[in-house]
Write a protein that binds this ligand. Structure first.
Ligand SMILES: [Zn+2]
Length: 142
């Protein structure tokens, strides 16, 4: 197969600035080890990641509620071929867990061997500080 002559471009790093003003409490709470969701005061719907507006009843009257951290794994995937932005990490597992409160959370699942991970198993959702120093959250063994 003939390949086009080419040169490699410099590696480009994109850093996204996320507007966090309306969800600042969420990020601040993660630093304190707490995971918060928002709950609509009108219809009671729970949002995770927190949303400042309810897409159900279009209301912006939201309460902050701390999540219990009790979760059950609904599905998971083991990532061996990492996206460029994660290439400095070892292969990792991402899971969707359903919390006691009913919301689904997509997060890394750590502290398990791949062979130990099963759909339906109970895990804990914890707040942590990422390698880059950003507040984040992940699932860990109970
Ligand atoms: Zn609502």
């Amino acid at each position: 197969m003939a390949s086009m002559p080419s040169i490699k471009s410099r590696e480009i790093k994109i850093v996204q600035e996320m507007p966090i003003s309306k969800t600042l409490k969420f990020w601040e709470s993660l630093k304190e080890g707490k995971v918060y969701a928002t709950k609509c005061r009108k219809c009671g719907r729970l949002y995770f990641p927190p949303s400042a507006d309810c897409s159900e009843c279009l209301c912006s009257d939201m309460d902050w509620v701390e999540l219990s951290s009790e979760a059950e794994i609904e599905t998971f995937t083991h990532i061996v071929f990492r996206p460029t932005s994660f290439c400095e990490y070892k292969p990792y597992t991402v899971a969707i867990g359903k919390l006691k409160e009913g919301v689904r959370v997509l997060a890394w699942l750590t502290g398990f061997k791949l062979s130990q991970i099963k759909v339906g198993m109970k895990v804990k959702l914890v707040a942590k500080i990422s390698q880059e120093g950003n507040p984040t959250y992940e699932f860990v063994p109970l």
